[in-house]
Write a protein of this length. Structure first.
Ligand code: PLP
Length: 452
C-alpha cells in the first residue's frame, strides 16, 4: 500500500486506524439478481423483478430532480435536433454560453469564469492543472503541492485520485502521492475521546498551519476540500472549520478549491453551498452530478476573476493552457443543465429547505438501534454509521459486510441504499415528500433491525 505522503501529519492519537477494504465488485453485491434496474419514475426505480424501490442514494448523489423528468428529456431531444455537437476548441453554442452566464451569476463572489468538463473527476483534474499552469507561468514553479484530507473523495483520474483520502483508493495504484499531503478528516464522530468540538476545530486548523510552516507556503499550490465529505460518510465539519481553513489559504496564497460535486445543485438547498451554507468564498468550485440531475455527463470548474487576473498579469508570451476535452461544454448537456436549473429554482430548492429538518430527524430515530453509532447529515444528505459497540464506537471489530447485509434486507423491503462498508449513505432525489421520507426511514430502520 502507498502511504499518504512522506510528511502527512499524524492523526490524533486516539483516532482509530482507517479501514482497509477493497471495493466490492458488482458481482459481490449480487448485480445479476438485484443490481439490474429497468426503469425509474420520480424517487423510485424498478428492478429486474418489477419491484419498486425508493432510490435512496439518487443513483450516485445525482438524480436530483428525480427519474423520468419529461422536461429534461424534452430539453435533451430538442437540443439534439437543433445542434447535436460542436467543437469546444473552436466554437461555442447558445446553451453553453447561456449556462456559463447563469452559473457565473449564481456562483459566489467573483467566480465568474467556467470551464466545462465531462464530470467530477475531470473537473477536479482541470482545477489542479490550472493551479500548476498558473504557478508555472508566474514563475512559482515550486508551488505545486496539493493538500487534501483523509476520508475525502475527488475522482478517479490521475491527480484527482491522488487526493483521495480513503486507503482503498490508493492501494494497488500508482498516483501522484509525492505531490500530495493529507490532513485529518474533520470528522467530529471520530475526534479523540473527550475533546470538545472547539478544541477539535483548533486542532484541525493548527494541523494545516503546521503543515504550511513545515513545507513552506511557497511550495503549496492548493487545498482541495468537499464542504461536506460525501463518500467519506457525510462528514459535516465543525462550525468554523471551513472559514478558518479558507483564511489560512488566503494568507498563504494557496488556492482554496471547493469540491462541490455533491453539495452543489440543491443537495443542501442552494445552487452552490460554499457561500450560502458555509459562508466561504473559494478560489475555484468544481461541480458535476446534480448540474444535469445525472441525465447527461457534465461537470465544470468555476474560476475566480482574481485567478484570471493573475494569469493575465503574468502574460507569458508562450504560455497556453493546452487542456480540453472533446465533450467539454457539450450542447446537449448544457441544455439539460439549463432546464435543470430552472426546475431547481422553480420550487425544488425551496422544497429541500422545507423538508431537510424532517429528513434529518426521521433518520436520527435510527440511533435507537444498538448497531447504529451515529446518524449525521445536512440538507438532503445523511449517513447512518454502524459500530461494533456504542462504548468504543469502533467500526473495526464489526463485521465489515454489514452495509451489504443492510442493503440486501432493504432491497427486499423496497429501498435501494448505498452501503459503504459499515455506513449507509442516504441522498434521495430532492423531490422526496415528507411521507416518502418517513417510508424511507422506516424501511431503513427495519432493514438494520433485521441485520442485528
Ligand atoms: N468529487 C466528489 C466530491 C465526488 O463525490 C465525486 C464522485 O462521486 C467526484 C469528485 C468524481 O466525479 P465523477 O465520478 O463524475 O468523475
Amino acid at each position: 500500500a502507498l502511504s499518504d505522503g512522506p510528511s502527512a501529519p499524524a492523526a490524533p492519537a486516539s483516532q482509530p486506524a482507517p479501514l482497509v477494504q477493497p471495493w466490492p465488485t458488482a458481482g459481490a453485491i449480487g448485480a445479476e439478481e438485484r443490481g439490474l434496474l429497468q426503469s425509474g419514475d420520480g424517487i423510485y426505480v424498478v428492478d429486474a423483478h418489477g419491484r419498486q424501490l425508493i432510490d435512496g442514494p439518487a443513483g450516485m448523489w445525482c438524480v436530483n430532480v428525480g427519474h423520468r423528468n419529461a422536461a429534461l428529456a424534452d430539453a435533451m431531444r430538442d437540443q439534439a435536433m437543433a445542434l447535436s455537437y460542436n467543437s469546444p476548441w473552436y466554437t461555442t453554442s447558445q446553451p453553453s454560453d447561456a449556462l456559463a452566464e447563469a452559473l457565473a451569476a449564481r456562483a459566489p463572489g467573483d467566480l465568474n469564469h467556467v470551464f466545462f468538463t465531462t464530470g467530477g473527476s475531470s473537473a477536479v483534474e482541470t482545477a489542479l492543472r490550472l493551479m500548476q499552469f498558473a504557478n508555472n507561468v508566474r514563475g512559482r514553479t515550486e508551488k505545486k503541492l496539493m493538500v487534501s484530507r483523509q476520508g475525502g473523495y475527488h475522482g478517479s483520474t490521475y491527480l484527482a485520485a491522488s487526493l483521495n483520502g480513503r486507503p482503498r483508493d490508493q492501494d494497488w495504484m500508482d498516483g501522484a502521492g509525492s505531490l500530495v499531503r493529507k490532513l485529518t478528516s474533520p470528522d467530529p464522530f471520530r475526534r479523540p475521546a473527550g475533546m470538545s468540538m472547539a478544541a477539535f476545530e483548533d486542532f484541525l486548523v493548527e494541523e494545516f498551519r503546521a503543515l504550511i510552516a513545515a513545507e513552506g507556503a511557497d511550495r503549496i499550490g492548493a487545498f482541495v476540500a468537499e464542504p461536506i465529505q460525501a463518500s467519506g460518510g457525510v462528514i459535516v465539519p465543525p462550525e468554523g472549520y471551513l472559514k478558518r481553513m479558507r483564511a489560512l489559504c488566503a494568507e498563504n496564497d494557496i488556492l482554496f478549491i471547493a469540491d462541490e460535486v455533491v453539495t452543489a445543485f440543491g443537495r443542501l438547498g442552494s445552487i452552490f453551498a460554499s457561500q450560502d451554507v458555509f459562508g466561504v468564498e473559494p478560489d475555484m468550485i468544481t461541480f458535476a452530478k446534480g448540474v444535469t440531475s445525472g441525465y447527461f455527463p457534465l461537470g465544470g470548474v468555476m474560476v475566480s476573476a482574481r485567478f484570471f487576473e493573475v494569469l493575465r498579469q503574468s502574460n507569458h508570451p508562450d504560455a497556453m493552457f493546452a487542456h480540453g476535452l472533446t465533450y467539454s461544454s457539450h450542447p446537449i448537456g448544457c441544455a439539460v443543465a439549463l432546464k435543470n436549473l430552472e426546475l431547481l429554482e422553480g420550487g425544488i430548492l425551496d422544497h429541500v429547505n422545507a423538508v431537510s429538518d424532517h429528513f434529518q430527524q426521521s433518520l436520527k430515530r435510527l440511533e435507537a438501534l444498538p448497531l447504529v453509532g451515529e446518524v449525521r447529515g445536512k440538507g438532503l444528505m445523511a449517513c447512518v454509521e454502524c459500530v461494533a459497540d456504542r462504548v468504543s464506537n469502533n467500526p473495526l471489530t464489526l463485521d465489515l459486510e454489514v452495509g451489504k447485509r443492510i442493503d440486501a434486507h432493504c432491497h427486499e423491503l423496497g429501498l435501494l441504499v448505498r452501503p459503504l462498508i459499515n455506513m449507509c449513505v442516504m441522498s434521495p432525489p430532492l423531490t422526496i415528500t415528507r411521507e416518502q421520507i418517513d417510508e424511507m426511514a422506516d424501511i431503513l430502520y427495519r432493514g438494520i433491525a433485521m441485520t442485528m
